[in-house]
Ligand binder design. Structure first.
Ligand code: GCU
Length: 683
């Protein structure tokens, strides 16, 4: 029975006769170091290779004789490691990187690293090579992670619910307690480490009453146990904290960041946390955002607020990750001046230079909120002397909630490759978030997780590709979306070439399909408020959240130009500003994000806006239906349960795509009065 629980760590057994003889000789895993993480690495190798070969393969300290897989740190005592890697290799391996080399004479493979985590990543890398059936007899691999922080944010609440979770309940919490059976947490840690991730915050950024107490003796011992599980996989634990903690659990009458008693309270708190968890990562903070408390209450700014926490964590090497998702969520629909898209930049850019060096600003990839299409946030890279990291959303809040297929790696790649001109040409987003452009001390990736306690973790089995892909991309943003997809497919389903080609094409098409039948041309939203599963064209149009499309009988879109609109376009540097400011040069897919145009406006594609809306919506549905047809062709090739599961999701997707098509087309037909040039049915 295939359930998807093992995800990409399935290790499909090698079929007899497969081009695999080269591995059959391994007699043991050689591990001589006493270290928790290295021990994990050895166990993972023994487990994975054992499953691949269909026989037990033991871990031993014996370095002499036979074809073995050896692993260890440089100078850590494993003679095979020390013999294999000279100074030249050692000098290029960064703290979490690794080297892998085959020894043709003995048939052995040796993994070496400068740290235990590096050894673990090397072990998972080798397992990936073996499971995807690549030749390993002439290996000479050197890998270093490009990004320092490769983090997952859980939006889990202590009652077991998950904010924007679409795959069951929390694996961390249940019924106002931290779960005591940590088996599943451990299996999650494996998945994360195997894809290259090294940090996790375990609770929702909206920290409610109970979760605020995580910082107290009531919960800290339990949090420490969870941290212990992640530690054995080289992953650091962080907590989301409530800015008003001094008031809510500290008995103080203020949370003013400049108040000495408040500062002292946080200092003592930090010491308590580190006493329980010596390698604690730090705090993740959502402050002055969507009704959460923050320094604004005391007329202080985000620098005051974050620095106070950073000062408390500093003696322990901890960091503060401060989110920039700050905007006025109480806007009136008549107000045409306030622009939510501008908010993060307007709030934070003026504060550049004022943050302590252990503060990192976490900026969402776009200026709004994880829509299927948004421009890249102009704040990323705009603060030269401030640490920044990017925030993606793996959970598909606005991209089909894991009921629709939407492989997000291509979207993230576009963001990462975007040229910001922050320091002239060569200032892509990936160079900013890896810290190299501005020489930051801390930087990296964060993303909201898409897992819950569903057996297959992610609800939709194919949504596992997003979690895996996120980890791989955080490790190396140069990997292509196709390469990542192919790895994931082979690891998950085995090496059947038909499965590889069908699932690959489904994944690679899926984002563009979802975009086609939902909100058009970058305008976003059009979903039902609150739960965000669409379609609902005017769902947000008259609400306070500032997410408008301004459709009337003449046209649609938000004028964000400097000349006549909200001025958002001017937050971009150099050529980007000019490209977006002008209706002529603005790319089609973002036209309605930046401009209000008549329905008869002609796009670069040669179509009018209205005809584009009709065409993409009709085609989007056909393409969604085609996904189901493609998958149907895999019946008999993938396990029956898995086949049915995905087929059911795809059928639902097609049905809901039709609903989107009809709602959107009818709405714009009635608004514009312009008929479809091809005379298709519009209700
Ligand atoms: C979105 C999402 C919220 C979440 C918020 C955030 O608005 O709908 O559930 O809390 O983002 O990122 O803080």
């Amino acid at each position: 029975q295939q359930t998807g629980y093992q995800a990409w760590l399935e290790f499909h057994p090698v079929a007899p006769g497969e081009r695999y003889d080269q591995y059959l000789a391994y007699s043991r895993i050689v591990c001589t170091e006493e270290d928790e993480v290295i021990h994990t690495a050895a166990q993972e190798l023994s487990h994975g290779i054992g499953k691949l070969l269909g026989r037990a393969i033991s871990v031993s300290e014996n370095v002499e004789g036979g074809a073995v897989i050896a692993l260890g740190t440089f100078g850590g005592g494993n003679a095979l490691v020390d013999r294999t890697f000279g100074d030249e290799t050692r000098s290029v391996i960064k703290p979490e990187g690794f080297a892998i080399k085959s020894d043709p004479a003995s048939g052995s493979i040796v993994i070496g690293a400068s740290s235990a985590s590096g050894v673990l990543y090397g072990a998972f890398h080798l397992l990936r090579l073996l499971s995807t059936k690549q030749a390993v007899n002439g290996l000479d691999v050197i890998e270093n992670p490009v990004n320092m922080l490769r983090m997952i944010n859980q939006w889990d609440n202590i009652d077991g619910s998950i904010e924007r979770g679409y795959a069951g309940k929390s694996i961390f919490f249940d019924n106002n307690r931290i779960t005591t059976d940590l088996t599943r947490v451990r299996d999650y840690a494996r998945l994360l480490a195997s894809s290259g991730l090294n940090a996790i915050s375990i609770n929702n950024v909206n920290v409610h009453q109970w979760e605020t107490k995580f910082l107290t003796g009531e919960y800290l011992p339990e949090v420490a146990k969870v941290a212990g599980v992640f530690r054995s996989f080289g992953i650091k634990l962080f907590l989301s904290v409530n800015y008003a903690s001094p008031l809510e659990i500290g008995g103080l009458s203020t949370a003013d960041p400049l108040d000495p008693a408040v500062r002292e309270w946080w200092r003592v708190k930090a010491a308590e946390v580190y006493a329980a968890i010596p390698d604690f990562g730090g705090f993740l903070v959502k402050a002055d955002s969507e009704n959460r408390p923050g320094p604004f209450t005391y007329d202080r700014d985000h620098a005051d607020g974050s620095n106070m926490l950073a000062e408390a964590l500093k003696p322990f090497g901890g960091i503060v990750i401060w989110r920039c998702f700050v905007y006025n969520c109480k806007q009136d629909w008549r107000d045409r001046v306030t622009d939510r898209a501008r908010a993060a930049y307007d709030h934070f850019k003026p504060l550049d230079g004022r943050f302590m060096d252990n503060v990192i600003l976490q900026v969402k990839n776009g200026p709004m909120d994880f829509q299927v299409r948004e421009p890249v946030s102009p704040l990323i890279g705009a603060m030269e002397t401030t640490n920044q990291m990017i925030e993606f959303q793996i959970t598909q809040e606005y991209t089909g909630q894991q009921r629709h297929l939407c492989y997000l790696v291509p979207q993230w790649k576009e963001v990462l490759d975007f040229e910001t001109y922050a320091k002239g040409e060569g200032s892509s987003i990936k160079r900013i978030v890896d810290g190299s452009l501005h020489g930051n001390r801390f930087s990296g990736f964060a993303a909201v997780s898409n897992i819950g306690n569903d057996v297959n973790w992610t609800g939709h089995l194919l949504a596992q590709a997003n979690l895996y892909g996120y980890g791989r991309l955080a490790w190396n943003p140069e990997l292509s979306a196709e390469a990542i997809a192919e790895e994931w497919i082979r690891l998950t389903f085995g090496g059947d070439e038909k499965i590889v080609s069908v699932v690959m094409s489904m994944l690679m098409e899926s984002w563009s399909i979802y975009e086609a039948y939902t909100a058009p041309l970058g305008v976003g939203w059009m979903v039902s408020p609150d739960h965000h599963y669409g379609p609902n064209v005017d769902g947000y149009e008259y609400s306070k959240w500032g997410t408008y499309h301004f459709a009337d009988c003449h046209g649609i879109g938000v004028d964000r130009t400097k000349a006549t609109g909200t001025g958002y376009a001017a937050q971009y540097k150099g050529a980007n500003y000019e490209t977006y400011e002008s209706v002529e040069s603005c790319p089609d897919e973002l036209l309605l994000f930046f401009h209000h145009v008549p329905y008869t406006h002609v796009l670069h594609s040669g179509q009018t806006v209205i005809q584009h809306i009709y065409n993409t919506h009709f085609e989007g549905v056909e393409r969604a239906e085609q996904l189901a047809v493609e998958w149907a062709g895999l019946k008999g090739s993938v396990g029956e349960l898995v086949h049915k599961h995905v087929a059911d999701r795809l059928a639902e997707q097609a049905a809901h795509a039709r609903e989107w098509r009809d709602m959107i087309n009818t709405y714009f037909f009635r608004k514009s009065g312009i008929a479809d040039a091809l005379g298709r049915t519009i209700y």
